[in-house]
Design a binder for this molecule. Sequence first.
Ligand SMILES: Nc1ncnc2c1ncn2[C@@H]1O[C@H](COP(=O)(O)OP(=O)(O)OP(=O)(O)O)[C@@H](O)[C@H]1O
Ligand SMILES: [Mg+2]
Length: 143
Amino acid sequence: MIVGPTGSGKTRLADELASSAKEHGARILWGRGWDGGGAPAYWPWSQALRDAGQTLDPPEPADAEARFRFFETVTESLRAEAARQPLLIVFDDLQAADDDSIVLLEFFATELPEMSALVLALGRPETARLDELGRHATRTLEL
Ligand SMILES: Nc1ncnc2c1ncn2[C@@H]1O[C@H](COP(=O)(O)OP(=O)(O)OP(=O)(O)O)[C@@H](O)[C@H]1O
Ligand SMILES: [Mg+2]
């Protein structure tokens, strides 16, 4: 995780890491939160999955079991992608992400150690569920 206020260099740092990872053969998936209003649920995930040529099919918000199955589907799909080519998945501007996107990230993080994948989670200090997310992070860099 990289946490810091606006202008502290989070995106720039992720850009540098992505360039380096790409040179080393990784595939880069990049999603970002949108704070301009009107973004659909799981928007950062939609973008990251789109970079992998996939589309998301989110469940009805009130259906907890469908949400769990959706989390599993997304995780398994990325597990398959990572088996083909190592992944660097960047989630930028998480302070502007919907809470369910963060919960999915927590779910996904528990499966990460078995995958050839690294997630960079970037957000300002006001990011929702920052403490919960931080418990899953290998390392948290505060800028
Ligand atoms: N190490 C660096 N050396 C030189 N310029 C830098 C460095 N890190 C960041 N910058 C510059 O500082 C500005 C702000 O950086 P950046 O956009 O990465 O911030 P940020 O933390 O992502 O901000 P935000 O939360 O608003 O997205 C950019 O113009 C970036 O190019
Ligand atoms: Mg930024």
